[in-house]
Design a binder for this molecule. Structure first.
Ligand SMILES: CC(C)(COP(=O)(O)OP(=O)(O)OC[C@H]1O[C@@H](n2cnc3c(N)ncnc32)[C@H](O)[C@@H]1OP(=O)(O)O)[C@@H](O)C(=O)NCCC(=O)NCCS
Length: 157
């Protein structure tokens, strides 16, 4: 299927079982390490402490995903994963997913959203900084392959 035009309406909704194939395929295509398995996605779909979001164009064409974790007793939510399909990048999908994650965290009365990003992932860093995330910690060897990360956080008004 051709990529949707930049003007296609991006909708973000909670993921369903029928999204599993798309979620796992995007995970495999996107991340070389620290991947979520199919079983983990499956568990997160039904979990109270996780929210899997899916971005789609006009409700069907799968464009990307974000995974948010919540912890009992914590007012800080964690944006654990964010990915848009390669042919859908630069059209606002990532932005819509982060904004939906923030809205979900606010609904859960969280006062901040936190995330980790590889220090060499400049596209993601640009996006997070544009959306108001502030770097607050260096994470030495944070990733499974030994890669370094930054922690970012945004206060949710
Ligand atoms: C990082 C990632 C999620 C960004 O997703 P995306 O869908 O391209 O994000 P957006 O389109 O919202 O933003 C990307 C750029 O496109 C621009 N853009 C947004 N909407 C646009 C539009 N309608 N037309 C033209 N450009 C647009 C944005 O200004 C943004 O530029 P900037 O971030 O340099 O300021 C994506 O590159 C990705 O999946 N990367 C691999 C996985 C990854 O690294 N995930 C993050 C792990 S922490």
């Amino acid at each position: 299927m051709p990529p949707p035009p930049a003007t296609a309406a991006v909708r973000v909704r909670r993921a369903e079982l029928s999204d599993l194939d798309d979620l796992v395929a995007l995970e495999l295509a996107t991340f070389a390490s620290d991947r979520l398995s199919r079983a983990q996605y499956r568990r997160h779909l039904d979990s109270d402490s996780a929210l899997v979001l899916v971005a789609s164009a006009n409700h069907r064409h799968f464009l990307g995903t974000a995974v948010v974790f919540f912890r009992k007793g914590s007012k800080v939510a964690r944006l654990y994963s964010l990915a848009s399909k390669p042919d859908a990048r630069g059209k606002g999908v990532g932005t819509s997913l982060v904004e939906a994650a923030e809205a979900a965290a606010r609904r859960r009365r969280c006062h901040a959203l936190r995330l980790e990003v590889r220090t060499d992932n400049l596209a993601a860093i640009r996006l997070y900084e544009r959306l108001g995330y502030r770097r607050n910690r260096f994470l030495d060897g944070f990733y499974e392959d030994g890669g370094n990360g930054w922690r970012y956080e945004k206060a949710l008004g």
